[in-house]
Design a protein around this ligand. Structure first.
Ligand SMILES: [Zn+2]
Ligand SMILES: [Zn+2]
Length: 420
């Protein structure tokens, strides 16, 4: 029997995985600077958490969840996104009782049963942040800025922020009524999905990708014209702060994001130019904590898809500054040198250098080839003669320069050379 990887999943192999590590490292470093702490929640949760926390009428809950029953008869779902789990953890661990705000981030796999395509996997990876406890519009801007910085720091410099306000439970009903009034006489032109959204969640029709729906909603009532005395000034202040931070943004009144829980701010990161498209996004969710059983406490966050980031980096031909090979490849000739080599290798590694040796009993020529294959910066050669004199040969593989140095000096020699 031949085993195959499940559809919509990927092995991240050496050569590719270094890019992932680089991108994740940037994400963590930015979170450190913006003072976010990591939270790690389980990969599965009670199914009901996502039904409530993501929304019954979303595509995710309706068609994309990996739901199963465990041996104890519990209904569980592999997390399709990160926010619901983080909110559950925030509530369950009574983080709301601490002085606010609470600033958390996560990086990890999510699961959705979707048709796999470039940048879209069934097991995919997201980096996300959440801030709880503050209504401050400058925090919305801070988060948008953090996400924007993340893209630019990995080398995606032509990212545009699209911004909208989706209002709140006070002002949304009026817009909803106006939207339904506008769309109902024209409902023949709506796609099948939107026809069912018309009753349940008409705002979602605004960001349908179907041509006919897009034409139809071009002139439809805009949420930003219906914002209440809370949402209007909030939206203004978010924009003001984005300008202060020099984050390039554009207002897109039809962008509502696919999740039900957003209030006020909604935003998306879009890659400009060829092969563009959404890289991620987020928004404010002032009712979600309560929805998941906590107190009435606001939240705001984003989630970005890491597959799309990696894909965009590849498509744009961005060269990441990844370390290519080992610092030192140690060649030993003879049994005694081999024995000495074991501790020498350890000394190199203790000094923070990456070091490797031959473990296939290759001859000198074969070991040299191995050093080449591993893209070694230096090759250190320890033979019987060198050993007798307590010396070792060193070759700089870039310049070809070769010399013999005192055996005790090897670690310092390579460390110094790597610095310059
Ligand atoms: Zn409002
Ligand atoms: Zn549609």
């Amino acid at each position: 029997m031949k085993f195959r990887i499940p559809r919509g999943t990927a092995d991240l192999l050496p050569g590719q995985v270094e890019k992932w590590q680089y991108v994740e490292e940037k994400a963590r470093e930015l979170c450190r600077r913006y003072h976010f702490s990591e939270v790690r929640t389980p990969l599965f949760e009670q199914t009901e958490l996502f039904q409530r926390g993501v929304g019954e009428t979303t595509d995710i809950v309706e068609k994309e969840m990996y739901t199963f029953e465990d041996r104890g008869g519990r209904k569980l779902t592999l997390r399709p996104e990160g926010t619901a789990s983080v909110v559950r953890s925030f509530v369950e661990n009574k983080m709301y009782a601490e002085p606010q705000p609470t600033k958390l981030y996560y990086i990890g796999p999510m699961f959705r049963y979707e048709r796999p395509q470039a940048g879209r996997q069934r097991q995919f990876h997201q980096y996300g942040v959440e801030v709880f406890g503050t209504l401050e519009p400058s925090v919305d801007a801070e988060i948008i800025d953090l996400g924007y910085r993340f893209y630019t720091s990995v080398g995606l410099t032509d990212v545009q922020v699209e911004l909208n306000s989706v209002g709140c439970p006070q002002c949304r009903p009026e817009h909803r009524a106006a939207l339904v009034d506008y769309l109902t006489p024209r409902k023949e032109e709506l796609c099948k999905d939107c026809l069912s959204r018309l009753d349940r969640n008409p705002m979602r029709i605004l960001d349908c990708k179907n041509e006919s729906c897009r034409r139809l909603t071009e002139e439809a009532p805009k949420m930003i014209d219906y914002l209440c005395h809370d949402c209007g000034p909030h939206f203004e202040a978010v924009q003001e702060n984005l300008k202060l931070l020099e984050v390039p943004f554009r207002i897109d009144t039809r962008m509502v994001r696919g999740l039900d829980y957003y209030t006020q701010t909604a935003f998306e990161y879009v890659l400009k130019g060829k092969g563009g498209g959404s890289l991620g996004g987020g928004g404010r969710y002032n009712g979600l904590v309560e929805e998941v059983g906590g107190p009435d406490m606001p939240g705001v966050g984003f989630a970005v898809g890491l597959e799309r980031v990696i894909l965009a980096l590849d498509e744009k031909g961005v060269e990441l500054p990844l370390q290519q090979g080992v610092d030192c490849f140690l060649i030993t000739l003879g049994a005694e040198a081999k024995k000495q080599g074991v501790t020498l290798l350890r000394k190199l590694r203790d000094a923070g250098l990456s070091a490797e040796r031959d473990t296939m009993d290759r001859k000198m020529k074969g070991q040299m080839k191995a050093a080449d294959r591993l893209k070694a910066s230096f090759v250190a050669i320890l033979g019987e003669n060198e050993l007798k004199e307590n010396r070792i040969g060193v070759k700089n593989m870039a310049t070809g320069h070769q010399e013999t140095i005192c055996l005790d000096k090897l670690v310092d020699y390579i460390r110094e050379a790597r610095k310059s």
